[in-house]
Ligand binder design. Structure first.
Ligand code: ADP
Ligand code: MG
Length: 855
């Protein structure tokens, strides 16, 4: 978890990349400084650091007032330099002789001559200074970057290659690992367990992380909450028996500078692998344990002395039984240097030039064995760009295909449409709803099949818009289907719509049915028959609607709610039915717009970005675990007033991690605490029908308190629920927490969301504070993305492949870049028929074969 300073570094870098337009954080640096400062101050460990925080805050606040680009760039650079201790504070610098000597080099030189010490640094840092220069490069403090920096990746001119030769080269990479010397069937089988079958698989099997062995020997300088890799000699090992029969393995390691404890929960067998006197590498997060420092369940490996000689960062790969880090590094070192030589690059030269990206062979080499962090960053950018570009192009192709089959044009005159609207809803649609409805109506009025994603925060009224669209279809004598992930939701929508249409004149009311997994026997037969004959106009249901044997007479519109929960195969099966229907997908997952446009580039996007009037925001508060009882008594008060509440827990049972207060165990406890009320339990391992039952009881008000795991994220609409307590809140992503929170505040009652983290981690808290401040899902998603990468966002997971591996490094800039380049290529050469695009076409085809799940 990044500290406040690390987060700020990320933001400043982003700001610099975005040309200093004060766009790196929502609201600008000035506003962000107010969120940031308290955390940073809390984390500051001495007066000097506090001073630094104050200085940075002041600089952030004045930032938006800086008129020109130059001044802003300079300020960003200065702040970065200050954080990395490359320059002294402005105030002191001004009094020193070399005014304006801001560059890192000059300052480093100064430090060496000891000038810094004379200028009033404390005795301790003076000592450290001396030690540092004696130990030269090796012992640089971890927060001072002294690596080779690389502003731009190197590029060389590519000689034109005959596409046939190039393709042959690429096919060569499809060969099995057994063509490598020293790899027989057995070893190939080991690699196969990691999903590595071919040489190409191996090349693209990227390290999970990289370790910097030059940071060894600073155990004495570690502080709590640092994510680090350290080398130490084992001084003591113990097995401790804990209540419940668990046997923990404790290790104490040391180096010249200090000590560190590590504990491996329940892994007593490590006693055979880690022994006194061994040199081991530990990687993990430090935490304070009494007066000592501890790592809990760190990753570990025996020290390979070879790595100490490594100039760059050492790759760490995912392993499987029978494979060691050393073993896989050996194989990689050979293969990567050998097979990347003259590797044909599918991305056109022109694109690389425009985008300023690294060469492919260089990128692959550096992604495994980077010379420094900059190299690694450029390498990842290049590889990720490739994925994004191919994905974009594949998706553009899918779209072209989808729209090559016509749909029926379902038009409705303006006055009729207005009448339909006012007859249907007891309320006025919001402007955003009207806009979305207009876009949908426009799409449906043409023969090009609609392929639209309706994105809107929970409770923003997407369903209302969808219902309007369905009636648009039925008024044009076509059928409409609404598919949702859970039958309780299907039931909810069915009841809502049944009630809504009572506002329509009797002869214009559609005939409707509900079809779920629970619909059986005769009832099901009748519904199927009526769907096929056209006697039914609207069907609402679950996956059951996608089963074999469900035939529509004339389906004009299919709506899919919470679309990310549907596999693409299932979406495809819908397309296969009857003529090409118009398609409307709905999601409440607040994927940042730029990312959504990439992942769903074949979809048009409508966004509902305002909530219906009168909806108060959900008051969100972080509660310390010690104050849990107060939170509970607040819940009890609400329940006593007739409201309902949710308590969310991260896991179902305690087997996975002993630290987690988990739902089932907690349920029993909570039943006692809330014995005056009706408490129910809902978790993901329950059968669909019991889930439905529990949700139904809760939404009908038959239970008061729902203790649940993440299933609460599904769109149940219980306007009477006014409190949500989230235990272990730090374990959830912001987007997910926001989804949970959307379950309350759906009625007229003031609502609350209480977040109870189970860690003291500052960065986690900082993230949660963002939730306290922002109530809109889109700002949250952007922030989350910028602060942590996209790994957490639903929707990116399903893309699979190496995009998934690297998703956390995806930045809005990179996505935008790939998008721009894909469009450029697509405009120039939609069929990828030009010779310079031949390899790219080959690549995109392969992607489409492998992942029919795009679109
Ligand atoms: P979503 O599907 O986006 O989560 P819903 O369509 O379920 O949201 O709407 C949430 C609630 O708000 C429903 O009870 C719905 O009747 C109500 N609602 C929708 N649109 C409006 C509006 N324009 N004005 C008032 N209430 C609305
Ligand atoms: Mg909904």
């Amino acid at each position: 978890m990044p500290t406040a300073l690390e987060t700020l570094v990320k933001i400043l870098r982003l700001e610099r990349e975005q040309h200093c337009r004060d766009t790196a954080v929502a609201g600008g640096l000035g506003a962000y400084s107010k969120v940031w400062e308290p955390d940073a101050l809390r984390q500051a460990r001495n007066d000097q650091q506090k001073e630094l925080v104050e200085e940075l805050r002041a600089l952030m606040q004045g930032y938006s007032g800086l008129g020109n680009l130059e001044a802003r760039t300079e300020r960003v650079q200065y702040m970065l330099d200050r954080i990395h201790a490359r320059v002294r504070p402005e105030s002191r610098r001004n009094t020193s002789r070399n005014k304006g000597g801001r560059t890192a080099d000059r300052n480093r030189r100064e430090q060496k001559t000891g000038k810094a010490r004379r200028q009033g640094r404390g005795a301790k840092s003076g000592r450290e200074q001396g030690r540092r220069s004696r130990r030269s490069v090796r012992a640089s403090r971890p927060d001072i970057a002294s690596r080779v920096s690389l502003e731009q990746p190197p590029r060389r001119q590519h000689a034109p290659v005959d596409p046939a030769v190039a393709k042959a080269r690429l096919r060569e990479l499809e060969q099995p690992l057994t063509v490598l010397q020293g790899i027989g069937e057995g070893r190939a089988g080991t690699f196969a367990r990691l999903g590595i079958h071919s040489l190409a698989d191996l090349l693209y099997f990227l390290p999970r992380r990289h370790d910097d062995y030059r940071q060894e020997r600073y155990l004495g300088r570690l502080e709590p909450d640092m994510r680090v890799t350290v080398v130490g000699r084992v001084r003591q090992t113990t097995i401790r028996n804990v209540a419940g029969g668990r046997r923990d393995f404790h290790v104490a390691v040391e180096d010249e500078s200090g000590q560190l404890d590590a504990v491996f929960y329940g892994q007593h067998w490590l006693t055979n692998q880690i022994r006194n006197g061994d040199l081991v590498v530990l990687s993990g997060c430090t935490s304070a344990w009494g007066s000592r420092l501890q790592m809990r369940n760190p990753e570990w490996e025996p020290l390979d002395p070879e790595n100490l000689q490594t100039v760059g960062l050492v790759p760490v790969y995912s392993l499987t039984e029978g494979l060691t880090q050393r073993g896989i590094r050996r194989v990689m070192r050979d293969v990567v240097s050998d097979k990347t030589r003259d590797l044909p690059d599918p991305v056109p030269e022109a694109t690389l030039e425009r985008a300023g990206l690294a060469d492919l062979d260089w990128a692959l080499l550096q992604a495994h064995f980077p010379e420094g962090p900059d190299h690694l960053r450029h390498a990842r950018d290049r590889l990720l760009f490739d994925e994004l570009l191919a994905l974009q192009l594949a998706v553009l192709e899918n779209r072209r295909e989808w729209q090559s089959r016509p749909a029926d044009a379902l038009a409705m005159p303006d006055d009729e449409f207005a009448e339909l609207q006012s007859g249907l809803f007891p309320f006025q649609l919001t402007a955003a709803q009207q806009q979305a409805a207009a876009e949908i109506r426009e799409d449906m009025a043409t023969e090009v099949p609609m392929n639209r994603l309706l994105q809107g925060d929970v409770g923003s009224g997407k369903t209302a818009v969808a219902m309007l669209a369905m009636l648009l279809a039925t008024q044009a004598d076509r059928q409409a289907a609404l598919i949702v992930p859970l039958s309780v939701l299907a039931g909810q929508h069915f009841r809502n719509l049944t009630e809504l249409i009572t506002g329509l004149p009797e002869d214009r009311r559609p005939a409707m049915a509900l079809l779920t997994g629970a619909t059986r026997g005769e009832e099901r037969e009748t519904i199927l028959a009526d769907l096929a004959s056209g006697a039914l106009d609207i069907v609402i249901g679950t996956h059951a609607l996608l089963e074999e044997g469900v035939e529509f007479n004339d389906v004009g519109l299919v709506v899919i709610d919470e679309q990310h929960r549907f596999g693409v195969e299932q979406r495809k099966s819908l397309r296969g039915k009857g003529r090409n229907p118009h398609l409307l997908l709905m999601t409440a997952t607040p994927i940042p717009r730029s990312l959504a446009l990439t992942l769903y580039a074949d979809l048009d996007l409508s966004v509902i970005d305002e909530l219906p009037p009168g909806r108060g925001t959900v008051q969100t508060t972080i509660i310390e675990p010690v104050a849990r009882e107060r939170a509970f008594s607040f819940v009890a008060t609400e329940l006593a007033c007739g409201r309902q509440a949710f308590i969310v827990h991260p896991l179902v049972d305690e087997s996975e991690n002993p630290d987690i207060r988990a739902a089932t165990g907690a349920w029993e406890e909570l039943e006692k605490v809330f014995h005056r009320f009706r408490v129910a339990l809902l978790h993901g391992r329950m059968s669909v029908s019991s889930k439905d039952e529990v949700l139904r009881a809760f939404s009908q008000g038959d239970t008061d308190l729902l203790v649940t795991t993440s299933v609460a994220e599904v769109g149940v609409d219980v306007p009477n629920a006014s409190v949500m307590v989230i235990e272990g809140a730090n374990r959830f992503g912001l987007a997910q927490l926001h989804q949970f929170r959307g379950r309350v505040g759906r009625g007229e009652h003031p609502s609350h969301c209480l977040l109870i983290p189970d860690s003291k981690d500052e960065a986690a808290r900082e993230r949660l504070q963002v939730l306290e401040q922002y109530s809109d899902g889109f700002s949250l998603a952007e922030l989350d993305w910028q602060m942590r990468g996209s790994g957490d966002l639903a929707g990116t997971r399903q893309s699979g492949g190496s995009l998934l591996q690297m998703a956390e490094y995806m930045t809005p800039q990179l996505v935008a870049l790939a998008r721009r380049e894909a469009r450029t290529i697509n405009l120039e050469d939609p069929a990828l028929a030009l010779p310079q695009h031949e390899l790219l076409a080959f690549r995109v085809d392969r992607l489409r074969d492998k992942r029919s799940d795009i679109s």
